[in-house]
Structure formats: structure tokens, C-alpha cells
Write a protein that binds this ligand. Structure first.
Ligand code: A2P
Length: 295
């Protein structure tokens, strides 16, 4: 399996990352420390996870050189206005204890200050946001820029603008339950790398994922754990995978991926793409939006 993918900038992004969404206070630092010892060189975080300072402390005391770790952060919805971007980016950089990010993503395709109605113009066309992100690349604060939670329509909308830098990645929910076949096909055709969040089904559904009969059978046949089978399947599908864990033994387990023999890969792929559709994470209503983020 590929250990890295090459982005349009030429940078190489490690295919397996530690995801730190929902990794809490006084546990996320330990998880990062364990991950770096286990060989991870990619941490996927965000400003809104409220744990960047603890992640930064763990990174800085690990002894691993800054240039050897891939750090991703994300621009929160409240800061899409061009004049708000640099200060929130600086805040993430300060908390992480670094002077550049490897990758900075527009977290959601929604421009909305907290407690306010969303900004319709900037949500429908985030080009001004994107231009400011391009400027952050030019300034050297960020090496690569991308998006998250964008569907095909929104990707086409954004890339219809005269971009200087095209999105390097789109990070979305991809799991056994939400296999994203159409988006994966589109991304391949457009040379856009995807990143899978909630790859194990997230907190609510990880138990169900690891109990899928095909997953269990393949695990037994190959002498792998069910989580390793699922994480390997993701990388074999051709994108970055971001499993989250704060349990040291699981953090270690999750980085050991290997290719599934073609017949077993196909067996899991068929199972994942032929069950009934499952709802995915969708905060549209919770945020009081009058549209569905994924329409
Ligand atoms: P924990 O963090 O308590 O170890 P996802 O990556 O899809 O978001 O899933 C995260 C959930 O899966 C968390 O509840 C995490 O628990 C759990 N998890 C992560 N790795 C494993 C594993 N190898 N075996 C079992 N559960 C795991």
C-alpha cells in the first residue's frame, strides 16, 4: 500500500494519519505522543477541535523534527471572510507551536459567524476565501490548501473560478457505511486526493463496523484486526485515512496497514457498496441552515 501520496505542490502526504476530532483534553497529547512513537507522521486536526495547544505541546516535546511531520488544520466557519483568515490561522499556528501548516482546509462549505445567519454570498461562492488562502501559501504560512465536506457541485463551483492554486484535497466522511463511490470516481477523474474522516464509522458506529461479517472473516483469514482490515481497505481505495483513537494500543494497531489480496478487497468493497444507504454526519439543521450542505 502507498505510504504517501504526492500533491500538486510536489509535497508527499502520509496515507495514514491520526485524527484528533473528539480527542479530549488530557488525552489528545498522549495519543499524539503514542502515534509519533508508533511511526505516524501525520496529524489531522482543526481549530474547532479545541485541542490544538495540547497537540502542539506533544509535537514539540516529541523530538520529531517539524519537517518530518505532516500537520493539517482547518479554517472554521466563522472566519471565512478574507479579513478574518490570517488571525485565526495565526492562532492555530501559535497553539500548534509552528510557523507553517502542511495543509489548511476550509472545514465546511458554510460561511457563518456564531449565532448569526450564514453569509449566503460567501457560502455560494467561496472564491474570496480561497484567494486569501492562496495568499497564505504565498506568505509561507501554509504549504497546501484544500477543502472539506464539499460535494461535487461545490467542488465544480469553486474550481470554476480562476484559481492560482487548485484544492489539493477534499476531506469527507468515508466509511463502510458511507462509501462515497461517486465522489471517489469524480476525484480520480479530476486528480483530487480525498481524505476519509470517521473511517471506522466514528464513535457511534465503530462497533457495528468491526462486527461486519466480511470484515471479521477477512481479519481472521489474514491475521489482522478488524480495524486494520478496514483502514487498509481505505488506503487501497486510493485516499488518505484518518482514524481517531486516544487508546494507545489502538493508535499503534491502526497504523499497521497492508494490502488485502484482490479477492478479499473486492469482497469488502462489494459489501460496503451494496447495503442500504446510511445517513452521514450532516449539521445543516443544527446550524439553522435553510439548505442542505450536501445538496
Ligand atoms: P477510542 O478513541 O476510545 O480508542 P473514527 O476513526 O471512525 O472516527 O472512529 C473513532 C472511534 O473508533 C473511537 O470511538 C475510537 O475509540 C474507536 N477506535 C479507534 N481505533 C479502534 C480500534 N483499533 N479498535 C476498536 N475501536 C477503535
Amino acid at each position: 500500500l502507498p505510504s504517501h501520496y504526492t500533491l500538486p505542490s510536489g509535497d508527499k502526504i502520509p496515507s495514514v494519519a491520526l485524527g484528533v476530532w473528539q480527542a479530549g483534553k488530557n488525552e489528545v497529547g498522549k495519543a499524539v505522543e503514542t502515534a509519533l512513537k508508533a511511526g505516524y507522521r501525520h496529524i489531522d486536526g482543526a481549530w474547532i477541535y479545541r485541542n490544538e495547544a495540547e497537540v502542539g505541546q506533544a509535537l514539540n516535546k516529541s523530538g520529531v523534527k517539524r519537517e518530518d511531520v505532516w500537520i493539517t488544520s482547518k479554517l472554521w466557519n466563522s472566519f471565512h471572510a478574507p479579513e478574518d483568515i490570517e488571525s485565526t490561522l495565526d492562532d492555530s499556528l501559535a497553539k500548534l507551536g509552528t510557523d507553517y501548516l502542511d495543509l489548511y482546509l476550509i472545514h465546511w462549505p458554510v460561511a457563518q459567524k456564531s449565532g448569526k445567519p450564514y453569509d449566503k454570498t460567501l457560502t455560494e461562492n467561496p472564491y474570496p476565501t480561497w484567494q486569501k488562502l492562496e495568499e497564505m501559501v504565498e506568505k509561507g504560512k501554509v504549504r497546501n490548501i484544500g477543502v472539506s465536506n464539499f460535494n461535487i457541485r461545490r467542488l465544480e463551483n469553486l474550481t470554476a473560478n480562476p484559481l492560482k492554486i487548485r484544492p489539493a484535497v477534499n476531506q469527507v466522511e468515508i466509511s463502510y457505511w458511507v462509501p462515497q463511490v461517486e465522489l471517489i470516481k469524480w476525484a480520480k477523474e479530476h486528480d483530487l486526493l480525498l481524505e476519509a474522516y470517521s473511517p471506522l464509522g466514528s464513535t457511534g458506529r465503530v462497533g457495528e463496523t468491526l462486527a461486519v461479517p466480511e470484515v471479521k472473516e477477512i481479519a481472521q483469514e489474514l491475521g489482522m484486526t478488524p480495524a486494520q482490515v478496514v483502514i487498509s481497505w481505505h488506503v487501497q481505495r486510493g485516499y488518505v485515512v484518518l482514524p481517531k483513537s486516544v487508546t494507545p494500543s489502538r493508535v499503534e494497531e491502526n497504523v499497521h496497514v497492508r494490502a488485502l489480496p484482490p479477492a478479499l478487497f473486492e469482497k469488502l468493497e462489494t459489501a460496503a457498496t451494496s447495503h442500504k444507504p446510511y445517513p452521514r454526519l450532516n449539521p445543516s439543521r443544527g446550524w439553522g441552515l435553510d439548505f442542505d450542505i450536501f445538496d
